[in-house]
Unconditional design. Sequence first.
Length: 116
Amino acid sequence: MGYRLVAELAMVVHFLFLAYLAIGGFLAWRWRRTIWIHLGVVCWGLLSIVTGVECPLTVVEDWGRRHAGLEGLPRTGFIDHYIEGVVYPEEYTNAARWTVAVLVLFSYAGYVLRRR
């Protein structure tokens, strides 16, 4: 398997991870046991925002890119490279984070109400 493929797979998995972070709580309305996976994802997301810990997927993608002879990811990481300034302007980072937080809280409220 080529290094570039490793980098691209890490990038795709990273995007899927972020999508699951935003909407995984809603998936738990249908598949109840997945709530535990989503809680882990949310905890990782919070940890990375609060502490700045580097995501292993970012490390893998950067490694693959560099070994494939491509430019590595900027030290600011995956979200700064692919999301901020591309999907939304950088000045809306906190609004984007709060939007995801509201989605997660709403999905969890729905999860609890549907369980009753």
